[in-house]
Design a protein around this ligand. Structure first.
Ligand code: CAA
Length: 260
């Protein structure tokens, strides 16, 4: 697939994925969603990539939402199909076996906030503005916002943000736990890559199993969740990297993980 709205780059063990429609503040149209889906395939099958940084092109926006020009004339059927497409792609991203860090370099609105919430970790810059302004356009959030926001920031805060459509700054997003960290705009990408590289230096299978266990466990009761944790914990002992990690510790030497 030829990518026109996304840039996929590799730097050692990490991939940098950039949503690249800066003239439309990186708004997500159907084509861009399909390209994100394709990039997920590429990242998934590339064994060298162990972590991903997702960001937006230009100075102003991570993603300013789903594409309003495309949605404006949609019928009920088309609206539903568009919502399903966004939800399917973001769910795949959420379930990707490699951790994804969103570097929110500006407006992170509507579908942009929803994209960020499908990532594992969000880092904002002091310029970042976050919100779910859909009700001001006569629609509900459609790419997971009504579901993931409450799971991340709690019911009351999610309802306030979604019912009012208000846009909050980076410090407020940090205060409510929507982003992990706020950094200066000029260091955002460096910080996100540094974090991705720290993660990529750990045992990849263990990191991947942690992601699956946390994601799965959050959606089920504690007993089922803990039994899933025991399952993945046990699975680690079938990996070479568990032997390597523990042997290196005992021998007081650097570990050399092989992703096996
Ligand atoms: N869709 C399509 N185009 C968009 C867009 C969007 N979500 N957001 C910005 N753009 C376009 C603008 O139309 C403009 O294009 P032109 O230059 O061709 O006119 C360009 O990007 C620059 O935007 P502005 O001139 O508006 O820039 P600004 O600095 O004055 O304002 C902004 C920035 C406050 C982010 C404003 O662009 C804005 O409010 N954007 C829409 C935000 C929004 O409502 N997002 C939610 C969309 S609905 C959704 O996402 C549904 C869902 O859950 C699936």
């Amino acid at each position: 697939m030829e990518l026109t709205n996304i840039i996929l780059e590799k730097e050692g063990k990490i991939a940098i994925v950039t949503i690249n429609r800066p003239k439309a503040l990186n708004a997500l149209n159907s084509e861009t969603l399909k390209e994100i889906n394709y990039v997920i395939d590429e990242v998934e099958k590339d064994e060298e990539i162990l972590a991903v940084v997702l960001t937006g092109a230009g100075e102003k926006a991570f993603v300013a939402g789903a594409d309003i020009s495309e949605m404006k004339e949609m019928s009920t059927v088309q609206g539903r199909k568009f919502g399903i497409l966004g939800n399917q792609v973001f769910r795949r991203l959420e379930n990707l076996e490699k951790p994804v860090i969103a570097a929110l370099n500006g407006f992170t609105l509507g579908g942009g906030c929803e994209l960020a919430m499908a990532c594992d970790i969000r880092i904002a810059s002091t310029k970042t503005k976050v919100g779910q302004p859909e009700v001001g356009l006569g629609i509900t959030p459609g790419f997971g916002g009504t579901q993931r926001l409450a799971r991340i920031v709690g019911l009351g805060m999610a309802k306030e943000l979604i019912y009012t459509g208000k846009i909050i700054g980076a410090d407020e997003a940090f205060r409510i736990g929507l982003v992990n960290k706020v950094v200066a705009p000029e260091t955002l990408l460096t910080e996100a890559k540094a974090l991705a590289n720290i993660i990529a230096a750990q045992a990849p299978i263990a990191v991947s199993l942690c992601k699956a266990a946390i994601n799965k466990g959050m959606q089920t009761d504690i007993d089922t969740a803990l039994s899933y944790e025991s399952e993945v914990f046990g699975e680690c002992f079938s990996t070479e990297d568990q032997k390597e990690g523990m042997t290196a510790f005992v021998e007081k030497r650097e570990k050399n993980f092989k992703n096996r």
